[in-house]
Design a protein around this ligand. Structure first.
Ligand SMILES: N=CN[C@@H](CCC(=O)O)C(=O)O
Ligand SMILES: [Zn+2]
Length: 435
């Protein structure tokens, strides 16, 4: 085949497609049969989309007359889809290392929150920060995620709470969406906490009558385009009724529902999300049996966050039960000032060890299912013809090393590629990272 292409990754020892038949998500049985080709190649076109996937010999013949901007010999290495991080809070000022010490000494997450720390502490600092300061730290965090293999990341607002600061955060996210290679799905999370001096009902009314109409206006003018709406549905934060009102209003404005539920107390968030047609619900440490059944039936993804349960010493989400009952299980890093982890390989490792997921299930959860949780599995989350050319190359002949080598991703990941373009190259491979 003649023609000009952007990239050829040639002769990978393992080319981990994840799935190869246009699946939108993988349930337990599908994840266990993860699609992997041996001695295989992948071609990305100049538009950034995958043009061919197959055995190295067949691709070599098929593209014998073609030219490529870049060819990478992947002999002895593995190629995987770029990882998808389905839950992060990456825009903020003011870290909370002092609170980590308090938690280690026995204070609970909610004790710190109710004493005015936690999210409130970060809100105070984020309100004072300039847009430029927020963008600069956010950019570095995204680069760090990218170096750990993430090519599509969900990014929330939620440390503003007032309209002015929520919009400041969303503008910062929008700027990264437009100027950086990494993919971003943005989430309005103005209901992350009840602002000091207000009741939850007052905050709910403000969101519905002021924040959401403003987001709609900014979308129409092309200034900010938000994808998802989130609420922290939790005892002492937003109760089920306020959560329902906010999520329904968000859905009516065209946003996908993707919210925090059943984390510290059983709230019946899963049941509510299934009823409202939520695309995903995160946390779910305290989900009920009925909630699990309802999520499976509604095809509402469970975004499990192993770093949070680990950090806060919570009970682990019941990943095994969810998988058995037919829930679409996805993973997220939950990167935030409470759980400072930006590495999906570490998240997969924790999911395997603490939540008893298999490595195949963890990879499906961090690729195709995480993409589904963001409504993007048509274009992301697997290596298939027509999908975006988001790929990682690891310096190992078996892909499982990415999970097995706990915290070893910096040494393992050779390249991170978005739309066929190299966005990170390990110094070990010859030149400095392009970031
Ligand atoms: N639980 C609510 N939100 C975040 C934590 C945010 C924070 O503590 O700053 C979470 O998902 O873990
Ligand atoms: Zn969160």
């Amino acid at each position: 085949m003649a023609g000009e292409y952007r990239l050829l990754l040639e002769n990978a020892q393992q080319l981990v497609l994840v799935c190869g038949r246009g699946e939108k998500y993988l349930l337990q049985a599908g994840a266990e049969r993860l699609a992997v080709l041996r001695h295989a190649s992948v071609v990305v076109g100049r538009d950034g989309y995958i043009k061919a996937v197959g055995q190295a010999d067949a691709i070599r013949n098929q593209f014998s007359g073609a030219s490529f901007e870049r060819v990478i010999d992947c002999s002895g290495k593995c190629v995987l889809p770029g990882l998808v991080d389905a839950h992060t809070h990456p825009v903020w000022a003011g870290d909370r290392v002092h609170e980590f010490a308090m938690k280690l000494a026995g204070a609970s997450y909610m004790e710190i929150h109710q004493a005015g720390g936690g999210i409130h502490f970060t809100v105070e600092h984020t309100q004072k920060a300039t847009e430029e300061e927020l963008f600069s730290t956010f950019k570095h965090r995204l680069e760090r995620m990218c170096r750990a293999g993430s090519t599509l990341v969900e990014c929330k607002s939620g440390y503003g709470l007032n309209l002015e600061t929520e919009l400041k955060m969303l503008r910062v996210i929008e700027r990264a969406k437009r100027s950086m290679d990494i993919g971003i799905s943005s989430t309005y999370c103005g209901a992350h906490s009840v602002p000091k001096g207000r009741t939850a009902t007052e905050a709910t009314d403000d969101i519905i009558h002021n924040h959401l109409p403003k987001l709609k206006e900014l979308k129409l003018s092309g200034e900010i385009h938000v994808n998802n709406i989130d609420v922290f549905c939790e005892k002492g934060v937003f109760d089920l009724d306020s959560t329902r009102r906010i999520l329904q209003a968000g859905k009516d404005t065209g946003l996908q529902i993707n919210f925090h539920g059943d984390e510290l107390h059983p709230m019946k968030s899963a049941e509510l999300g299934a009823e409202l047609g939520a695309q995903a619900i995160s946390h779910l440490e305290e989900v009920s049996d009925e909630g699990i059944t309802a999520m499976a039936r509604a095809k509402c993804a469970a975004v499990l966050l192993p770093t949070t349960a680990y950090m806060l010493r919570l009970k682990q989400p019941q990943a095994r039960k969810m998988l058995k009952e037919g829930v679409i299980v996805a993973l997220g890093s939950d990167f935030n000032p409470n759980a400072y982890c930006s590495s999906m390989p570490i998240v997969m490792h924790l999911a395997c060890v603490n939540m008893k997921m298999s490595m195949n299930e963890a990879l499906a959860a961090a690729t195709i299912n995480a993409a589904y949780a963001l409504g993007k599995s048509d274009t992301h989350g697997s290596i298939e013809n027509g999908k975006q050319g988001d790929l990682i190359i690891i310096n190992s002949s078996r892909w499982e090393h990415l999970i097995y080598q706990f915290g070893g991703h910096e040494a393992l990941i050779d390249y991170v590629i978005v739309k066929g373009k190299i966005v990170y190259k390990n110094e070990r491979c010859g030149i400095m990272s392009s970031y």
